[in-house]
Structure formats: C-alpha cells, structure tokens
Design a protein around this ligand. Structure first.
Ligand SMILES: [Zn+2]
Length: 134
C-alpha cells in the first residue's frame, strides 16, 4: 500500500534566487530598489511642482492651519495637500527588467502636459483600473 513519494523536489514558490547585490537581492527586489530610487528623484522634478502649484488656491475654510487647497482634475473637488497626488496621465508603468528602464525613465520624468493633480480617491480608482486593464 505504500505509494512511492516523488523524489523530485519542487522549488518553493516565491523563493527567487538572489542574483543581485552580492547575493542579497532577487531580481524583483533589485528592480523595485531601482524603481524607488528613481521615484525619489522625481520629487524634485520641476513639472511635478509646477503641476501642484497650478492646482492650488488659498484655503478660506475653518481649519486655521491649512493655507492652501488643491483641485482634483477628475472629480473637481478641493482637497488639502495630504489628500492629493500628482498623477502621470500616461503611467510610468512597470520596471521589472533592464528593457523596461528607458521607457520607464521617459514616462516618469515627463513634462507638465502628462501630469495632473488628483485626489487620493480618484487616484486609487485610476490605479485599480490600470491594474484591471492589464
Ligand atoms: Zn478626485
């Protein structure tokens, strides 16, 4: 009644070989590391600042500590700074390999015509739609 156990060991799912950074990083960890570094740099990208400034107006509501509010380009409501995102109309997309790099950099560091100020809620909806559309 003893059934033979298969000798072939399946590689455990999710354990990727550490091929990068002196054997400490998998391919996907490496590319997300590069991606987050590039994203950090985009914080000082002038068109992003310009887009944010263009969507801003003086806040006249009851919160004394809030100086400005920002217009969402999608739902046309006004939000405090914390609730808005500067969104890439054409998304920067994925960065999973060296081939993705040129396009990713071009789209991430774009000019103001590809940027819009949108609220958290509209941003989440857009991100979800982009995921579903893949
Ligand atoms: Zn919105």
């Amino acid at each position: 009644m003893a059934t033979k156990k298969k000798a072939v060991r399946k590689p455990r799912k999710g354990v990727a070989p550490k091929t990068r950074n002196a054997g400490t990083m998998s391919e996907s960890a490496f590319w997300s590391f590069i991606r987050s570094g590039l994203r950090q740099k985009s914080r000082w990208w002038k068109p992003i600042t310009q887009c944010k400034m263009a969507a801003r107006r003086a806040y006249k509501g009851p919160n004394k500590r809030q100086k400005f509010e920002y217009l969402c380009n999608v739902c046309n409501n006004w939000f405090p700074e914390k609730k808005i995102n500067i969104d890439h109309i054409q998304p920067a997309g994925s960065l999973r390999s060296a081939q993705d790099l040129p396009g990713f950099v071009e789209r991430l560091f774009c000019e103001i015509d590809n940027l819009q100020c949108i609220c958290e809620k509209c941003h989440n909806v857009k991100t979800q739609n982009e995921k579903d559309g893949r």
